[in-house]
Design a protein around this ligand. Structure first.
Ligand code: ADP
Length: 495
């Protein structure tokens, strides 16, 4: 059967990469199943996309925001219609179980409707002037061509977090999706086009990070860069953007802690732990990778967690009875293997998992749900992001120590506390150093209309979701003087 070959979308046309090179995208559940052939783009393709975007910017920025929003609204409606089809193709492309792939498409739908609403807000401020007969206000301006570099773990949701707010604000975009999941990103952009987005307003250039991502971040015509991915690459992108003084939003790693206190509803905490640690095969930036247990419940919780983790149904995510799919690629699988060895060397005890799965699953990138106990906060397995189905259990003596352990890392994305004590819940909200804190819910489950992002090395201070409008606009302060005379601020003051 002829394999489908997908182009880059540049200025409304599907084009091959200038180099003529393509790459294969494979199903992580069965790498022999090729999803399709995609363009291995380089700097030249990026340049063409930026040029096409810049051309489209002239007219797109002049379209009234409520009209731009209508296109997003239609995009949301079309995504809703295609949800099942896109979700199935996403599972095949990325491996996450079907229920979660549906959730990923749903997140794009939610973002479309939320950002469509912004078209009639995009509020600025009006404020009194210090001078008479003078009117003062601030308005939001688009920034121009925005470059977006996205990871594979939320193949449609994350591109939507960047594209939709940027577009409603009047920007034009060049998206470089992850090389492991270009199809879901293409589905998203195709849907935008079908909803009526003019040619050139959103462009997509597929390919590998150093070849296509790096030139996008560096391109002088790109006025703002938004990146989600590893801290290592985020640092490179951030340094590149800084050289040109470009606003740059970096959303990176996490080592997210769930604290379970002795007064917690243990059944609830257990469900949360399983979902948080093994949902998306542990490959979420908000995945629960540390569980800090108050000593009194540690043994029981550990025993029950291990039992449940070992019983999780692992397999092809297209099978509705499967609870955990494969890892995205061989490299990620090997990272899980490497950290299993590191944790064992450091003295942690492996209670279940720690191995690649064989038998029928041998052809895919499957790693067993893995639980370590006896983990000390200074161990690498307790501090470094793995991005796999591995969770570390750390015992503590009470709430204060739990918070100290939770905060004792370089990352600060998500945190969770399980307790029935309202005072401790509020202290956790106050004291946990993270962009997100859940009470009696796992570390995953962000909703699109709240700010999303983290502190410390998780990010560089920007937020997606509710914070995205601030990133994709620049403020302009406007003064209208209707006094018909020169008035001098700070000088013409009453004696
Ligand atoms: P992950 O661990 O999720 O794969 P990466 O940081 O490696 O995270 O990748 C996230 C995105 O960054 C992908 O789209 C990838 O192609 C891109 N990328 C990788 N290397 C670079 C680079 N040097 N410059 C710009 N983008 C890059």
């Amino acid at each position: 059967m002829a394999r489908k070959c997908y182009g880059n979308l540049i200025g409304g046309r599907w084009l091959p990469a200038r180099s003529g090179k393509t790459f294969l995208n494979r199903n992580p559940a069965d790498p022999e199943d090729a999803i399709g052939e995609f363009q291995a783009s380089g700097a030249e393709d990026v340049g063409l996309a930026v040029e096409a975007a810049a051309k489209a910017y002239r007219s797109w920025r002049a379209v009234p925001a409520p009209r731009r929003a209508e296109i997003l609204f239609r995009t949301g409606e079309l995504l809703l219609k295609r949800k099942e089809e896109f979700a199935r193709q996403m599972t095949r492309e990325m491996g996450k179980v079907l229920a979660e792939a549906r959730g990923d498409v749903q997140e794009a739908i939610d973002t479309a409707f939320y950002m469509a609403g912004e078209g009639r807000r995009l509020f600025g401020q009006t404020t009194p002037s210090e001078l008479p007969s003078k009117f003062a206000m601030s308005v939001r301006m688009p920034v121009g061509v925005c470059g977006m570099i996205t990871p594979w773990n939320f193949p449609m949701a994350i591109p939507s977090w960047k594209l939709f707010p940027a577009l409603v604000c009047g920007n034009v975009c060049v998206l470089k999706p992850a090389e492991d999941t270009p199809l879901s990103a293409i589905h998203l952009v195709e849907t935008l086009m079908e909803a009526g987005l003019p040619d050139g307003v959103a462009n997509i250039v597929t390919g590998f990070g150093p070849d296509a991502g790096a030139p996008l971040a560096a391109h002088p015509g790109v006025r703002a860069v938004s990146f989600t991915g590893s801290s290592e690459v985020g640092r490179l992108v951030g340094l590149t953007a800084a050289g040109e003084f470009k606003p740059c939003s970096l959303e990176m790693g996490g080592k997210n802690a769930m604290i379970v206190l002795e007064d917690a509803n243990l059944d609830l905490a257990l469900e949360g732990a399983l979902w948080g640690a093994f949902g998306t095969t542990g490959q979420r930036c908000t995945a629960t990778s540390r569980i800090i247990l108050e000593r009194g419940i540690a043994d029981e919780f550990t025993r029950r967690l291990v039992q449940r983790a070992a019983a999780l149904r692992v397999g092809n995510g297209l099978d509705e009875s499967v609870e955990m799919g494969p890892q995205i690629n061989l490299q990620q699988l090997e990272t899980s293997e490497r950290y299993t060895a590191i944790a064992s060397r450091e003295g942690a005890q492996l209670l279940t998992g720690g191995v690649r799965l064989g038998g029928e699953l041998a052809k895919g990138f499957y790693f067993a749900p893995t639980v370590f106990t006896g983990v000390q906060p200074q161990m690498r397995i307790a501090r470094e992001e793995v991005f796999g189905p591995l969770v570390s259990l750390i015992e503590c003596d009470g709430f204060e120590q739990a918070v100290e352990i939770a905060n004792g890392i370089d990352y600060g994305l998500s945190t969770a506390l399980y307790s029935r004590d309202v005072n401790r819940a509020l202290k956790a909200v106050r004291d946990l150093e993270a962009g997100i804190t859940y009470i009696n819910a796992p570390t995953i489950g962000a909703e699109v209309h709240l700010p999303f992002g983290g502190v410390k090395q998780t990010g560089n201070g920007h937020r997606e979701g509710a914070g995205a409008i601030d990133f994709y606009t620049a403020w302009k302060s406007v003064y209208l003087d209707y006094s018909d005379r020169l008035q001098r601020a700070q000088i013409d003051t009453p004696d």
